[in-house]
Design a protein around this ligand. Structure first.
Ligand code: DC
Length: 223
């Protein structure tokens, strides 16, 4: 049976990088579900969809085709991998992610994408809603100050400098929105291993995750 490893957590917890590296080490496919919400957000920004209008957002999402090909994100067949990382799209993504119809649509594509594959998937609701029977579940956290510093570095690398204070404010706002929405809120699954990555190097985080997954795989083989 194909194996699913879920990694959920807030922005800047290191889950994207950890998930990508872990997938490489295990020889699994990597699913970045945030990229899907970002692609819906980009559609809304491009079409001028009102972000206060949930029906309009759902309409835009339903009218577009989003696909992931390896590390590339395609929106109606066009490569938008770089565009979905802008600050504007990042903010809009957290707004469109609140809309239940958008979540329903993307949850179903995520399950379809993973079907028949060994996958490391990352997001906010992967262990709770999308893959409740996953073989191994992780929830990564880190100090807000460290998460803000990590996001600031990431944005700097793509030529979008922001101050640490501003980043902390944005992170706080997004955490709040992610954690309090009714559908698929950011929360650790009851059976997830919660890992605080504050002060850990990425190497240490991935090592820890890989050890746990390999232990779990060995246990399953014995059963
Ligand atoms: O992980 P990210 O920053 O690329 O995610 C972008 C937005 O999408 C973020 O505000 C949370 C939302 N998201 C979500 O609600 N559920 C997911 N499974 C993945 C992302």
């Amino acid at each position: 049976m194909p194996a699913i490893v879920t990694i959920d957590g807030p922005a800047g917890s290191g889950k994207s990088t950890a998930a990508r590296l872990l997938a490489g080490r295990l020889g699994f496919d990597f699913l970045d579900t945030g990229a899907m919400y970002r692609a819906v957000a980009l559609s809304c920004v491009a079409e001028g969809t009102c972000l206060n209008d949930a029906d309009a957002i759902a309409g835009t999402a339903l009218g577009r085709s989003i696909s992931l090909e390896g590390e590339r994100v395609l929106l109606d067949g066009r490569d938008v991998t770089a565009e979905i990382r802008s600050s504007e799209v990042t903010e809009a993504a957290s707004v469109v992610a609140v809309v239940p119809e958008v979540r329903e649509l993307l949850v179903s594509s995520q399950r379809g994408w993973a079907s028949g594959r060994n996958v490391v998937t990352e997001g906010r609701d992967q262990g709770t809603i999308v893959f409740p029977d996953a073989m191994c579940k992780f929830f990564l956290t880190a100090d807000p100050a460290e998460r803000a510093a990590r996001r600031q570095r990431e944005l700097q690398e793509v030529g979008q400098p922001v101050s640490l204070d501003e980043m902390l404010g944005l992170i706080h706002e997004r955490d709040e929105r992610d954690a309090t929405r009714e559908t698929g809120p950011l929360v650790a699954a009851e059976d997830a291993a919660v890992i605080d990555t504050t002060g850990l190097t990425m190497e240490e985080v991935v090592e820890l995750l890989e050890d746990r997954v390999r232990q779990r795989m060995a246990q399953q083989q014995q059963q």
